[in-house]
Design a protein around this ligand. Structure first.
Ligand code: C6P
Length: 417
């Protein structure tokens, strides 16, 4: 992961006008205004290359995968497995067997909780998460801890939105079976030191899962360098379609895990007496998968790789610095989450204005931001706010759009004056 510190990083060479032309939706108007899309942490827009690839799949290649000997099934299977290779290379995984396709981050985490967790977490064991997790990285662990009589422990966070590594180290005793941590907070933008945290967890004998829903969109992710055991992410946050995601898992761990869901494709043979499961990664891909989603994901990762992941990160880092400085000029606005290492996600509250009203008024200006608890209610409680406004920048956003956000917020303030 590129280091997103609050100082200027290396300059990006992104040709932003060309990049913006790649995204057809950015040409449309919303409520008579130019669309300013700043809700990329919720989902990203799709480049023409991804849209075209999905159309090509349905127009020329549509067929089920791994099932037919006929021509189209072979073509679809090749495209589907080709995408697995692209994901493997993108994450720098060792083998395609380590790449399991799922519906998204949520399903990837639930897969680990239900398969690895059910088998390896017992009464009196501990699972560590942090105070700034998304519900997807809280509830599956709560469920398994409740079922097994295990204890869920929470790494505290300081007022800037940084996790306390001292407290974390103190928690790492021999009862800890798993540490499950977000790579980047969707509500604060904090980049967690996951490499260091993984090293510490491993030294204590714990397995590590990283919720990478917001990690993959914002920088280079090298699972071998991080050395995590599992890494989960969603396609739709990284310029790919919805309904597809990835679980990376170290081969030995995946090998030892029981399947989670049963059905077609995850078996080698079935009789009423005994079923033999398929090899990796198919053991975890029961039923007809989201074929066009997987192929679209491959195309999206190819697209980002073409721009240069580090280049995109540098572009977004500049936007983060610029937008943060501009927002700080607004009287009555407080940024929630000021960690030294941040990605281009800015949460804020405005004195005297409910975040929902901010979102509604900005929408009238064609500006899309998210308002609410961002599926991180414990985090909202920790920061003592019911909700925040959140502007999250993607690779096609510009400084000019940050200016439009600031103008929009001044209009919000006028309404409530
Ligand atoms: N965050 C947001 O607006 P799914 O829904 O499975 O694609 O991703 C879940 C998820 C898990 N972890 C983190 C850190 C996330 O940010 C998300 C999705 C969206 O912030 C929708 S709530």
């Amino acid at each position: 992961m590129s280091v997103l510190t609050q100082t200027a990083g290396p300059a990006s060479t992104l040709d932003i006008e060309t990049v913006r032309r790649d995204f057809p939706i950015l040409r449309r108007e919303v409520r008579g205004k130019r669309l300013v899309y700043l809700d990329n942490a919720a989902t990203t827009q799709k480049p023409q290359a991804v849209i075209d690839r999905i159309v090509k799949y349905y127009a020329e290649e549509n067929s089920n995968v791994h099932r037919g000997v006929h021509y189209l099934s072979e073509v679809a299977t090749e495209a589907y497995e080709g995408a697995r290779k692209i994901v493997k290379d993108f994450l720098n995984a060792r083998d395609v067997k380590e790449i399991v396709f799922t519906r998204g981050t949520t399903e990837s985490i639930n897969l680990v909780a239900q398969s690895w967790g059910r088998r390896n977490i017992g009464a009196g064991d501990e699972v560590i998460i942090s105070a700034i997790e998304h519900h997807s990285n809280i509830v599956p662990w709560q469920m398994i801890c409740d079922e097994k009589g295990a204890r869920l422990r929470i790494i505290p966070v300081n007022d800037q939105g940084e996790l306390s590594l001292d407290e974390y180290e103190k928690m790492l005793g021999n009862r800890v079976k798993l540490v499950a941590i977000g790579h980047i907070s969707n509500a604060l933008g904090t980049v967690n030191p996951i490499r260091k945290m993984t090293e510490l967890a491993h030294a204590a004998g714990a397995v590590v899962l990283i919720d990478g829903a917001q990690g993959v969109p914002h920088g280079v992710v090298d699972v071998r360098d991080i050395d995590c055991d599992f890494y989960a992410f969603s396609g739709h946050k990284v310029y790919a379609p919805t309904g597809v995601g990835v679980l990376y898992g170290k081969q030995a761990l995946l090998q030892a895990m029981p399947p989670w869901q049963g059905g077609g494709d995850m078996i080698l043979s079935v009789s009423f007496e005994k079923t033999t499961y398929n090899s990796l990664p198919y053991k975890f891909e029961a039923g007809t998968p989201n074929i066009e989603g997987v192929i679209g994901l491959g195309e999206a990762l190819r697209y980002i790789s073409g721009l240069g992941v580090a280049n995109v990160a540098a572009w977004e880092h500049d936007l983060l610095l610029y937008a943060t400085a501009r927002l700080q000029e607004i009287e009555g606005l407080t940024i929630i989450g000021t960690a030294a290492d941040k990605a281009s996600v800015i949460s804020f509250v405005l004195e005297g204005v409910h975040p929902h009203d901010i979102g509604t008024i900005l929408d009238q200006e064609g500006i899309a931001v998210r308002t609410g608890h961002h599926c991180a209610q414990p985090l909202m409680m920790r920061f003592n706010v019911p909700a925040t406004g959140r502007a999250s920048f993607g690779l096609y956003n510009t400084r000019e759009e940050a200016d439009l956000l600031v103008e929009g917020l001044h209009k919000v303030i006028e309404v409530f004056r």
